[in-house]
Design a protein around this ligand. Structure first.
Ligand code: SAM
Length: 287
């Protein structure tokens, strides 16, 4: 197995396969040898586990996952990478490459087919340009996943892990907190990647919840997140104003619902908790 954190090895590999890293696919490969073992350890995987990796690149994290788990399935969109991975991952018979766009592949079917009843973790150094759509897909589709351990841009990590009801929270913090228990584990400097990105990165772990932390009326998840997104669509306004504008409701109706739910009429969107939004949704649909 070549040393995939060694720059001259990477350059040689790229030259032999005529491969130039693509900015468009968010290709910044990890070259700090301490990082991939740390991510794999943080994912808590071991014998008996299946791992879904998103974006293996040339396999630097993949190798660490294969060393620990029973089986690793990596979804990669770049059609130029299979021959490189065939060389770099040749020593691992528990590795499988799926050449697809992670936003389009049928994840439910893939997980069932590849992992059966094994516990599954998702592990990745994500392509940053699609961080939110990937994470929302993984969470909203209620896939049989125990946890998600991923590298993202540091600002995204802070937002994803912010507790609802705090100043740092955005609409996505509520979605993450509804489906999982998030934790920011450690930051990673630009020099740990090739090429070095302009931003600092961070590794987060999301432990997927078996039960949501708030009870919503049946089938109301969609309306619940539409309400939260509307509240955050105009951050400088009160939640009431933003919700009335965003959902095209009379302001008086929203204010009445806030009162019924026992909430402050002038509350800002980030001051309301997951429970508060649930109460507001119920109050809005009472009449
Ligand atoms: N895992 C490698 C590492 O840590 O060095 C590469 C990580 S790089 C930040 C992101 C990877 O995601 C690249 O291999 C890129 O080609 C892949 N990628 C980008 N968009 C993708 C998509 N829509 N579906 C699957 N993989 C994608």
């Amino acid at each position: 197995m070549p040393n995939l954190t060694d720059l001259s090895t990477i350059r040689d590999l790229c030259a032999r396969y005529d491969f130039a890293l693509s900015k468009g696919f968010g290709q910044n490969f990890i070259i700090n040898p301490g990082i991939c073992p740390r991510i794999a350890e943080a994912a808590g995987i071991g014998p008996g586990w299946g791992v879904l990796e998103i974006g293996p690149g040339i396999g630097v994290l993949t190798e660490q996952l294969c060393k620990r788990a029973d089986k690793v399935v990596s979804v990669e969109v770049d059609k130029r990478l299979p021959p490189l991975l065939a060389e770099t991952m040749a020593g691992y018979d528990n590795f499988k490459l799926v050449l697809q766009d992670v936003l389009k592949v049928d994840l439910k079917a893939l997980l069932e087919e590849e992992f059966g009843t094994k516990p599954v973790a998702v592990c990745a150094n994500l392509p940053y340009y699609i961080t939110s759509p990937i994470l929302m897909r993984l969470l909203e589709e209620k896939l049989p996943i125990q946890n998600i351990t991923v590298m993202v841009q540091r600002e995204a990590a802070q937002r994803l892990c912010a507790a609802p009801g705090t100043r740092e929270a955005g609409a996505i913090s509520y979605a993450v907190a509804y489906y999982a228990q998030p934790k920011l584990l450690f930051t990673v400097q630009p020099g740990s990647f090739y090429p070095a990105p302009s931003v600092t990165s961070a590794v987060i772990r999301l432990d997927v919840r078996q039960q949501p932390p708030v009870d919503l009326p049946d089938g109301r998840e969609k309306a619940y997140f539409a309400l939260i997104r509307a509240a955050f669509s105009q951050r400088r306004k009160t939640a009431a104003n933003a919700i009335a504008n965003g959902l095209k409701l009379p302001k008086a109706q929203v204010l009445e619902a806030l009162r019924t739910a026992g909430l402050e009429e002038r509350a800002r969107p980030e001051q309301l908790t997951l429970r508060a939004y649930a109460a507001l949704l119920t109050a809005l649909h009472e009449d």
